[in-house]
Design a protein around this ligand. Structure first.
Ligand code: UTP
Length: 305
């Protein structure tokens, strides 16, 4: 019987250089997407999948993250005195969401190095890793599906998205073989950010993983790779190619909605899409957006003249 999965690890210690200067004094995971920081969507996703034990791997700006998941007595008592129970429940939602633990990464030496910092919390169980700047739409149940596949196959499971060939140099890329299920593939090899034109496929790894604990032994000896960082993809390649005791790697092919909020363009798209879908905002926002788009089209037409 495979060991049940109860823990989620969320690395949030990256430098977020693509989003400077907003990320100079604040982790990119705290950037608001409509009215919640990106990290709250990610913790909510973990909890929906049944993982309420959350370990965050934090970096130099960890205070804002810790505060967001903690009580703010002063704010709570002001809202209580005013009788503003609706806003009070919004404030408390992130506090009561999960059992959140923190460990520091020290130097941000790469995602593989960040995941290795989870070893003493996770110990010998399989566990999920969710990247704190990657939002999966809540209508898409990717993580639950990955947990199910892990429990059935007892291997390590990554999430794969088919990307345009022009984008493969931005991702870890998997070589795959079909399996008996339409949305599951066997991963036979992985390479981090292959140069343009040299990608073995267009299956890109996105920010959800369900890892067997053997990953820690492999990460202990993984040497710095692309960008001088200890890459999780390199350790996963060892698992995919490695001996039977590491268990192999499968991929769940994701065909839903996903936003990389650490990328400025994707961040803007996430806000527009999620705001459009919101019951409390969509009714006003969508007509405004339609008007704005037709203004742009009209401008475009006159530019073309
Ligand atoms: P990214 O690849 O987006 O790196 O990390 P980054 O350094 O944060 O961002 P840019 O490219 O400079 O803008 C993917 C995830 O891994 C975490 C990040 O916080 C993010 O959630 N990470 C990355 C760490 O926790 N530690 C690291 O050393 C590197």
């Amino acid at each position: 019987m495979p060991t049940p999965i109860t823990k989620a690890v969320i690395p949030v210690a990256g430098l977020g250089t693509r989003f400077l200067p907003a990320t100079k004094a604040m982790p990119k995971e705290m950037l608001p997407v409509v009215d919640k920081p990106a990290i709250q969507y990610v913790v909510e996703e973990a909890v929906r999948a049944g993982l309420a034990d959350v370990l965050m791997i934090t970096g130099r700006n960890k205070a804002a993250l810790e505060n967001h998941f903690d009580h703010v007595a002063e704010l709570e008592s002001v809202l209580r005195e005013k009788g503003d129970l609706e806003r009070l429940s919004k404030v408390n939602a992130s506090t009561d969401l999960a059992d959140v633990h923190y460990v520091r990464q020290g130097d941000p030496r790469g995602l593989g190095h960040a995941v290795l910092r989870a070893r003493s919390h996770v110990q010998h169980e399989p566990f999920a890793v969710l990247l704190g700047d990657d939002i999966i739409d809540e209508r898409d149940t990717l993580l639950s599906r990955m947990l199910e596949v892990q429990q059935r196959k007892n291997t390590t499971v990554v999430a794969l998205l088919e990307v345009d060939p022009s984008q493969t140099h931005l991702y870890g890329i998997a070589t795959v073989e079909d399996s008996d299920q339409d949305d599951v593939v066997k991963v036979t090899g992985l390479v981090e950010k292959p140069p343009p034109g040299e990608s073995p496929s267009n299956y890109a790894i996105i920010g959800r993983y369900v890892l067997r604990p053997e990953i820690f032994d492999i990460l202990e000896t993984t040497q710095p790779g692309k960008g001088g960082e200890i890459q999780l993809t390199d350790a996963l390649q060892e698992m995919a190619a490695g001996p039977a005791w590491v268990g192999g790697v499968h991929g769940v092919v994701f065909r839903g909605r996903r936003y990389d909020t650490g990328d400025r363009l994707d961040y803007l798209k996430a806000i527009v899409r999620l705001a459009s879908d919101r019951e409390d905002l969509g009714a006003e926002f969508v007509p405004w957006l339609r008007g704005f788009v037709s203004e742009l089209s009209a401008d475009g037409a006159s530019d073309a003249d």
